[in-house]
Design a protein around this ligand. Structure first.
Ligand code: ADP
Length: 496
C-alpha cells in the first residue's frame, strides 16, 4: 500500500500543536507495518533546512502566485522517511508559524499556499509528478491539505483513494468566495454540496465532502462533531457522511515520551524504578523557584492558551486552589489576554505559581516528569496529547469529559481509574476535581500510586492506530468509488 500523508506541519521541523506529532509518528508506524509511506510538506524555512538529502523531482514552474515552484524528494531527519517538499520560496519562505506571522495574523495568501499543497498531492497520486512513485492513498490532514481530496475526486481516471483526517473542527480554512478562481478547481464544486459554506469557500469541506473516508482523532470526537455543539456549522455535513466518518484514537511517540530514556529530565524512571519521579519533582520546583513543598499537589499545564483549552476556568479557580496548597506550573502561548492573566497570576502567587510564556519542548518534558498532575479542562478536545504524556510519566490527568479526553482518562472513582474527570465547564467543577486529586495524593499514597501505575503500564503506542488506518485504507479501496463529476457528495447517499 503506497500512502502519501499531506500536512502543513511535522515534528520536529514545524509544530504548532498535536497535528505535528501525529504526522511525525503515524507514517513511521505504518512504514514499520510494511506500508510504503511518504510525506508531502510545504517548504517552510525550517522544513527546507531540516530535511536531509533533498534532490529535485520536478520543476513545476509558476503557479498559485509563485514564480518558481519545485518538488523535492528528501528524507526526514531521524526516521529517514521519504518526504516530498514543495519548494516555493515566494509562498513558504517566511519567518513565523506555518499559518501566519509572529503577531499571530494569518498570511493573506493562505488560500494559494494551501491550494498548491492539495493540488500537488493529487498530482503525486495521479502519477503525474514523480514518475518513480505514486500514491494509492492520499491521507490529507486538516483543512490545509483538504483540497487534495477534491482534486483526487475530480480526476476521471483516478483509482486513488483519499482519506481526510480532522484534527480540529474549529479551524476550517474559510476564504472569500470571490477568490474561487485562484483555487484551480472546477466551478461545479462551488455550491453547498461542494466547498461553499454560507457565502464563503471552505477548505475543510473539500475533505468532508469528497474524501472516500473521513476520520477524526478520537471516537468520542467523531460523535461530537455530528452535533451542533461541536460541529462549528459543519455537523450537517458530518452527519450526511454517515458511517464514512469514524474516530481513531491518536497514539503517542513512545520513544520521545518515555521517562525511562528521556534525556531532558533530571532522573530517569519507570514502573520498576519510580523513585526518579521524586527527583524530577524536586528539580522542577528548584528550577522554577517554587517552594520545595512535598505535600502540595504540583499541577502542570502545557497548552496553547486559547478559549478551546478552558484555561480561563483554571484562572478563575486559582485563588481557591492556591489557598488549598496547590502549586501550578503553566507553559504555553497564544491568546494575549490569557497570557497576561497568567502572568498576573504568577505575580499574585510567588513561589506557588510559575508561568512560562513560550514554546519549549525540553521544558515540557521536565514539567510533565516533575508534576504530580496535569490539567486539561478543555471546552472541546479532538484528542489531546498531553493527558497521554501525563499517563506515561505517572502524572495524573485532571480532564474534562469531552472528546479524546473522555476516551483516555478514567476517573479515580471507577475500577480502572487513571486520573480525574469532571463534566461541567465551570471553575467549580474543575476546582472540585483538582481538590479531589490533592486529597487523594495527601491521604492515600497507595491509591495514588495505583493510578500512576495503571497509566504508566498502558500501551499508548502508535502501532494500534497505524493498523486501524491501514485497514481503513483497504476498506476504502475495496469499495467502488462513485464519480463525483456531477458536483459533490452532498446527501446521506452521496458519493462514497
Ligand atoms: P493542540 O493540538 O490542540 O494544541 P494537543 O494536546 O493535541 O493540543 O497537542 C499539543 C502538543 O503541543 C503537545 O505535544 C504539547 O506537548 C505541545 N505543546 C503545547 N504547548 C506547548 C509549549 N508551550 N511548549 C512545548 N510544547 C507545547
Amino acid at each position: 500500500m503506497r500512502v502519501l500523508h499531506v500536512a502543513a506541519e511535522v515534528f520536529p521541523l514545524a509544530k504548532t500543536g498535536g497535528l505535528a506529532d501525529v504526522v511525525a509518528a503515524l507514517p513511521v508506524a505504518q512504514a514499520q507495518q510494511g506500508a510504503d509511506v511518504r510525506l508531502l510538506l510545504p517548504g517552510l524555512p525550517s522544513v527546507m533546512d531540516g530535511v536531509q538529502h533533498a534532490r529535485p523531482v520536478i520543476d513545476i514552474g509558476s503557479c498559485f502566485g509563485a514564480l518558481r515552484v519545485r518538488l523535492l524528494l528528501a528524507r526526514m531527519p531521524g526516521s529517514a522517511l521519504p518526504v516530498y517538499v514543495l519548494d516555493a520560496p515566494y509562498l513558504y519562505r517566511r519567518s513565523g508559524s506555518p499559518y501566519g506571522n509572529h503577531a499571530g495574523e494569518e498570511w493573506p495568501d493562505n488560500l494559494q499556499r494551501f491550494a498548491l499543497l492539495g493540488w500537488v498531492a493529487a498530482h503525486l497520486a495521479a502519477d503525474d509528478a514523480d514518475l518513480r512513485w505514486h500514491a494509492e492513498v492520499v491521507h490529507a490532514h486538516d483543512w490545509h491539505a483538504a483540497l487534495a481530496c477534491a482534486h483526487v475526486a475530480d480526476h476521471p481516471a483516478s483509482e486513488v483513494r483519499s482519506v481526510f483526517t480532522i484534527h480540529n473542527m474549529a479551524f476550517q480554512g474559510l476564504f472569500p468566495l470571490h477568490d474561487w478562481p485562484l483555487l484551480g478547481l472546477a466551478s461545479r464544486h462551488m455550491s453547498p454540496a461542494g466547498l461553499e459554506f454560507h457565502g464563503q469557500l471552505s477548505f475543510m469541506k473539500a475533505g468532508l465532502q469528497y474524501a472516500h473516508r473521513v476520520t477524526t482523532v478520537s471516537p468520542t470526537y467523531a460523535r461530537e462533531i455530528a452535533t451542533p455543539e461541536f460541529g462549528f456549522g459543519l455537523d450537517g455535513a458530518v452527519r450526511s457522511r454517515g458511517a464514512d466518518v469514524t474516530g481513531i484514537l491518536n497514539g503517542i511517540d513512545a520513544e520521545i515520551w518515555n521517562p525511562a530514556t528521556d534525556a531532558a529530565i533530571a532522573e530517569r524512571y519507570d514502573l520498576a524504578r519510580p523513585q526518579g519521579k521524586h527527583a524530577c519533582r524536586r528539580a522542577l520546583q528548584a528550577e522554577l523557584g517554587l517552594a520545595a513543598d512535598e505535600r502540595s499537589l504540583l499541577l502542570a499545564v502545557i497548552s496553547r492558551l486559547s478559549a478551546q483549552k478552558g484555561l480561563d476556568l483554571l484562572l478563575a479557580a486559582l485563588p481557591q486552589l492556591v489557598a488549598a496548597g496547590v502549586q501550578l506550573v503553566v507553559q504555553g502561548g497564544g491568546d494575549a489576554s490569557l497570557e497576561a492573566a497568567f502572568r498576573m497570576a504568577q505575580e499574585a502567587h510567588p513561589g506557588r505559581v510559575h508561568v512560562h510564556i513560550g514554546y519549549d519542548e525540553a521544558r515540557a518534558h521536565r514539567t510533565i516528569a516533575g508534576a504530580d498532575a496535569i490539567a486539561i479542562p478543555s471546552r472541546f478536545e479532538p484528542c489531546g496529547l498531553t493527558q497521554m504524556y501525563g499517563l506515561r510519566y505517572g502524572t495524573l490527568p485532571i480532564a474534562r469529559r469531552v472528546g479524546g479526553l473522555a476516551d483516555t482518562v478514567r476517573d479515580a472513582a471507577t475500577t480502572l481509574g487513571n486520573g480525574f474527570v469532571f463534566d461541567e465547564a465551570t471553575p467549580m467543577a474543575l476546582a472540585a476535581a483538582v481538590l479531589r486529586a490533592a486529597r487523594l495524593r495527601a491521604q492515600d499514597p497507595a491509591a495514588w500510586q495505583t493510578l500512576q501505575q495503571r497509566g504508566m503500564a498502558a500501551d499508548q503506542a502508535w502501532a494500534g492506530a497505524a493498523r486501524q488506518y491501514l485497514q481503513l485504507y483497504r476498506d476504502a479501496a475495496g469499495r467502488p468509488g462513485t464519480s463525483l463529476t456531477g458536483g459533490g457528495a452532498g446527501g446521506a447517499g452521496g458519493a462514497r
